[in-house]
Ligand binder design. Structure first.
Ligand code: GLA
Length: 799
């Protein structure tokens, strides 16, 4: 609920209170017309007394700070908590808006003049007449109207409140009413000034196959910047940022979360001033950005979403999870559980033909897979990554019956069919490039830097966009295609569009062009499940999720690395948008061996797929996979929209190993799925406690694991401690025994109360520690993990 208080109606000094279920966001108009931020945090009963109590305007200015004007000599912008910030009038902190005015000056001074409140605000999720995505189904929207005190430039601050998820979005409109153009050098979506005490900034950084490492940096007077300059939101610096108090952990304490609905270069910065305030700004990266708007034109920034949580980072993450599920992901697949898929990439790379794919598809069907995805390699002469991007004609040598022929056969097997595309790209060695070299981004006459042997098509050109849309329409209409993996595998260099007169507009205009084609395509094919991808997680952001309901989180499918990566994503993104696959062992990125059990367990906390040549699996692996897929299907609704908590986030334990633990609890608390994984086995480790959260204290639950069997070979020559004859490890006889005899794994099976699981926890079976092994001992070596299933038990009243 948005409330508006009037301090003094004659002076137009209103106070705006934006309330969500558990938070309050407050700012007020000062007599000088500036917007002073009062508070953001847990819900407060404010009232006019609250305004007085929090305004904090001093009578005398501190030291050598600048006084705003002779009329308001006690207003110094350097130490005011502001809703909007510019340069040139005394605020020397990180600015939000920087313009070059008609006279070449760069000072601006935005003063309140009006507001508009839209109750029951509804949006179809896109800006009027553009394809810039925004969050949909907000409850109320407040538009604060400001005008430069000296110029005909207007600014609108747009706030949309999403009450149930404790989220508020913010964006800015710059309206040019000057006689001629102005240049926008910086237009960030949000400026927020908070108390700086004990504040730190969490960022999520990485690289290819190493996405979402969690960092925490203390906010001081030195700027902390989290930004991308790859042309995408990037795996180097995901746009998600959290500001937290020092003491805040997953379960306790206050935190603020921010993300941007944008897929291009982003920027955020936190910095304390010398007066106990910290400024946080977020928006489009101002680096290499300079946007001109003519008389009467409007520039509108992307939308930033912010949330506050009082009870720890799990609370904060859940706000984001609900927000993304209810206000970002849209259309047919928003509320529909996703099919278990098999993707051909790590199974075949570029080496396949129709027979090989169909053989895999047959096996996949038996395993319980529902969708077969043919990844890269199906078009042009694409036998490696040096050619054919842009030539979206099927390779008839590999697929003599075309896409339709293959799709029909896959469908006959009872599977849906999907494909991989990379529409934004072109190889120089392609017919498309030979015909239209000028469609690729390139500075004329200058050597272009290369990335995966490909160039980026100039999506700021309407002609290029129309061409791509038409090609993809044809492709998707040519066969029964129910899934598309939309990839994007290079970062931007040599920014230049031959169609543009102002090259510093290129990066942003590209993103607008991308959204245009994505919107046209996904709306034309509403039943197709689109999965975003950019070398894995190089464009894992809320912009892409506004068009595509899930994203391939990383090209790293190693179970332990994925546990870390998926933990990183969990801070700001729900499991329902994270695609995760079971792959081969040794793993293709790390050469690490992990048990199939661990590879499944990690992938089960996402939208599950296989990325392995199922034709090569042995009977034991097949049997286990069948059981794993079957149980995933029983619990996938919990993973899809349950409440997710990090129980352990990978920190080193007192025994020197690292552990990740997660739980997902269904909304009605009748079902849950819990996960634990360690990196290293520790000798003589005591029984692990598993204490969960989120279950109903008053319910009773059946707690159990999947019955497992372990191969004799994993015990090496320990076999000789029980064998009547000596068996040489890895000898033929060892292998024969291994085939006949498996070792039983431990069984966890109990009925206990929710309060016990939540408040006390349970002790799991002891780990193998060199002193004996049977079915009561956990076989728990390096990178071992377990899934636990938790189901409500309803007492039968007649018992
Ligand atoms: C990227 C993707 C992979 C795969 C390859 C195909 O690297 O992230 O999943 O699709 O491209 O070339």
């Amino acid at each position: 609920m948005i409330e508006i208080l009037d301090k003094n109606s004659a002076k137009n000094t209103k106070t705006f209170l934006l309330n969500t279920k558990n938070t309050t966001y407050a700012f007020t108009v000062l007599e000088s017309g500036h917007l002073a931020h009062l508070f953001y945090g847990a819900k407060c009963d404010f009232g006019l007394d609250g305004v007085k109590a929090t305004e904090g305007i001093n009578k005398y200015l501190a030291g050598n700070t600048i006084s705003y004007s002779s009329e308001y000599s006690n207003i110094g912008l350097e130490d005011l908590a502001l809703e909007v910030s510019t340069i040139g009038k005394g605020d020397i902190r990180e600015p939000q808006i920087c313009l070059t005015n008609i006279d070449g000056s760069t000072s601006n001074d935005f003063i309140y003049h009006d507001y508009e409140l839209i109750k029951g605000y509804s949006s179809n999720g896109y800006r009027h007449l553009t394809c810039m995505p925004e969050a949909f189904s907000g409850d109320e929207q407040l538009i604060i109207k400001l005008k430069d005190s000296q110029r005909n430039i207007y600014l609108e601050l747009v706030y949309t409140v999403f009450e149930d998820t404790d989220c508020i979005t913010r964006r800015v409109r710059i309206i040019n009413k000057e006689e001629t153009f102005i240049d926008i050098n910086r237009a960030l979506s949000l400026c927020l000034d908070l108390p700086s005490k004990n504040l730190s900034m969490m960022t999520f950084t990485g690289a290819w196959t190493r996405e979402m490492n969690v960092n925490e940096l203390k906010v001081t007077q030195n700027k902390i910047v989290n930004s991308s300059f790859t042309g995408t939101s990037s795996n180097r610096n995901n746009p998600l940022v959290i500001l937290k108090r020092k003491e805040t952990s997953d379960f306790y304490g206050e935190a603020y979360g921010f993300n941007i609905i944008y897929s291009g270069n982003h920027y955020s910065c936190a910095q304390a001033n010398g007066y106990g305030k910290a400024r946080f700004v977020m928006g489009i990266n101002p680096e290499n950005f300079d946007f001109r708007i003519e008389h009467d034109e409007i520039f509108e920034t992307p939308e930033v979403v912010m949330t506050f949580a009082k009870n720890g980072l799990n609370n904060l993450s859940q706000n984001f999870h609900e927000f993304i599920r209810n206000h970002i992901v849209r259309r047919t697949w928003a509320k529909k559980v996703r099919p278990v898929l098999l993707n051909s990439w790590e199974a075949c790379y570029f080496k396949f033909n129709e027979t090989k794919l169909l053989n895999m598809a047959k096996k996949a069907k038996d395993l319980g897979v529902e969708l077969f995805v043919m990844d890269d390699g199906w078009f042009g002469n694409r036998d490696n990554d040096t050619c054919s991007l842009g030539d979206w004609d099927v390779n008839l040598k590999k697929l003599p019956n075309g896409l339709k022929g293959l799709a029909d056969k896959i469908n006959e097997l009872g599977l849906e069919f999907g494909i991989w595309v990379e529409p934004e790209m072109v190889n120089v060695d392609s017919n498309l490039y030979r015909e239209h070299p000028d469609w690729a981004i390139k500075i004329p006459g200058i050597n272009h830097s290369e990335g995966r042997n490909q160039r980026i098509l100039n999506l700021t050109m309407e002609e290029v966009r129309d061409y791509l849309v038409a090609r993809i329409f044809d492709m998707l209409s040519s066969a029964n295609i129910k899934y598309v993996k939309w990839d994007m595998n290079r970062i931007f260099t040599d920014y230049y569009g031959i169609n543009l007169s102002r090259q510093k507009e290129m990066a942003h205009r590209y993103v607008l062009g991308l959204y245009d084609i994505m919107r046209r395509i996904v709306e034309e094919f509403p039943d197709v499940l689109f999965e975003g991808c950019a070398s894995g997680g190089n464009r894992f952001d809320l912009g892409i999720l506004s068009f595509m309901p899930q994203i391939w989180a990383s090209d790293n499918t190693d179970a332990w690395c994925r546990a870390k990566i998926q933990t990183g994503y969990s801070y700001g993104y729900p499991t329902s948008v994270i695609a995760a696959h079971i792959s081969a062992s040794p793993n293709h990125q790390t050469l690490r061996n992990t048990l199939q059990e661990s590879r499944f367990n990690v992938a089960a906390f996402g939208m599950l797929g296989l990325e392995v040549n199922v034709s090569d699996l042995n009977d034991d692996q097949i049997q286990l996979l069948k059981e794993q897929i079957a149980i995933y299907k029983k619990y996938r609704d919990v993973i899809f929209d349950g409440d997710y908590y990090r129980l352990s986030n990978g920190e080193e334990t007192e025994f020197g190993n690292c552990v990740y633990e997660w739980i997902c609890v269904s909304k009605d608390k009748t079902k849950a799925l819990a996960f634990t994984m360690q990196d290293k086995a520790v000798a003589n480790q005591p029984n692990a406690w598993l204490r969960v959260t989120g279950l109903d204290d008053n319910k009773k639950y059946h707690f159990f694991n999947m019955s497992n069997k372990y191969e004799i070979k994993h015990f090496g020559d320990l076999i000789n401690t029980v064998s009547p004859i000596h068996i040489k490890p890895d000898s033929a006889i060892h292998r024969v025994i291994g085939k006949l005899k498996k070792m039983d794994g431990e069984v966890e099976d109990m009925v206990v109360s929710g309060s016990l699981l939540n408040n006390c926890g349970i002790r799991l079976h002891q780990n193998y520690a060199g002193t004996g092994y049977d079915g009561d001992v956990r076989f728990y070596q390096d990178f071992a993990s377990r899934l636990f299933f938790i189901e409500e038990v309803v007492d039968n009243e007649n018992d």
